[in-house]
Write a protein that binds this ligand. Structure first.
Ligand SMILES: Cc1ncc(COP(=O)(O)O)c(C=O)c1O
Length: 364
């Protein structure tokens, strides 16, 4: 995103391909470029040079990787005159929360369909926050029923709504990370960060990986990008990410023929599934250790579902291969504390089907 004299910001994507600006709807949400910094304590501990890109700070309202995607998704919903947004995910979905937060600011009614996942403190807080930000929530017992409702029954019931797939990972949403790839390339060019040999990021629904790879390639950079699988293979696989990347590029080329055709192969969407553990949202010991190490050496909070597992992959790979770096860790987990908003809501205010998630022991 570049600052214009008027104070209005515009994506790197439009700087690079000006014809896209007239054809691709977009609304300003993020405050970028997000900082890049050397993790001195972690690097000293590991014996490798590790950098971080602070996408936890994409917005002072709510950070993480989702706001970048929402700039293009909500831009499209606004330009087409929709009033309601429907999306969903697990009961702790960060994408759902980001949609609730920014959707409300832009005047949308937000509906979230939620399915079960292990109940951590983060999940409970997210449930309270959906309510605090005015989202309508309904429960879908499992993934299968979630897919049925999202792709069939809700579409019939809510014909006038704009549907956003889980994680915001469709070609329009992935444009947010094409933009992030161009932004990172600009930071390399300005020598704010050395060109990383390898970049680690989590893969839930693949939009972050697909978009970032395209953005870097369009800028002529080819660092190795490793996606750490954190969701079921049905959503997080090289095949899914490659299809999404190709469709994203197709969308861009449909609007602007000057966007080069990249020969993307499954190798470009390289993924590691060794750090996933027993399921989505199920903490791993490696993830717990990685979260604790980042907190101790850098005072940066990670989560157990996405970024902890990703850092555990980075640490294990650096130790076992002796990779000295520079290695880049993309921090996709929001670091804005929304506790004061969550504290305004009591579990009893949520629809009854969610009350049971506030009973019994938490997964830690
Ligand atoms: C914190 C965090 N990191 C990473 C991801 C995964 O990103 P993507 O769905 O684009 O693969 C998500 C959401 O799914 C997330 O909430």
């Amino acid at each position: 995103m570049a600052s214009l004299p008027s104070g209005k910001k515009r994506p790197w994507l439009f700087e690079t391909f000006p014809a896209l600006e007239e054809r691709v709807p977009w609304t300003s949400i993020v405050e970028v470029p997000t900082p890049v910094q050397l993790l001195e304590g972690l690097s000293a501990h590991l014996g490798s040079e590790v950098w971080i890109k602070r996408d936890d700070k994409t917005s002072p309202t709510y950070g993480g990787n989702k706001p970048r995607k929402l700039e293009f998704l909500l831009g499209e919903a606004l330009s087409r005159g929709y009033k309601t947004l429907v999306t969903g995910g697990g009961i702790g979905t960060n994408h759902g929360l980001a949609t609730a937060v920014f959707g409300r600011t832009l005047g949308f009614h937000v509906v979230l369909g939620l399915f079960g996942q292990p109940v951590t403190a983060h999940v409970r807080k997210s449930l309270l926050l959906y309510h605090a930000y005015g989202a309508e929530i309904f429960y879908m017992s499992n993934l299968l029923s979630a897919l049925w409702r999202f792709y069939v029954s809700e579409r019939i019931r809510r014909r006038d709504a704009y549907f956003i797939p889980g994680g915001g990972s469709c070609p329009v949403g992935a444009l947010g990370y094409v933009d992030a790839g161009l932004e990172l390339a600009m930071q390399v060019e300005r020598k704010e960060i050395p060109l990383p040999k390898v970049i680690y990021l989590p893969v839930g629904s693949g939009g972050t990986l697909a978009g970032l790879v395209i953005g870097l390639r369009l800028a002529g950079l080819k660092p190795r990008v490793v996606g750490v699988q954190v969701a079921p293979r049905m959503f997080a696989s090289p095949k899914v990410a490659l299809k999404l990347a190709r469709n994203t590029l197709k969308l861009m080329r449909r609007h602007d023929r000057s966007v080069p055709e990249l020969a993307l192969t499954p190798k470009d969407m390289s993924m590691d599934s060794a750090y996933y553990g027993s399921g989505y949202g199920q903490p791993t010991d490696g993830g717990r250790r990685a979260v604790a190490l980042m907190a101790k050496t850098e005072d940066i909070d990670l989560d157990l579902t996405y970024t902890g597992k990703t850092l555990s992959g980075l640490l294990h790979q650096a130790r076992s291969t002796g990779e000295k770096g520079p290695i880049l860790f993309l921090n996709t987990f929001n670091s804005v504390d929304l506790s004061p908003m969550a504290d305004r809501v009591r579990p009893g205010q949520l629809p009854e089907e969610f009350h049971r998630f506030f009973e019994g022991k938490l997964v830690e």
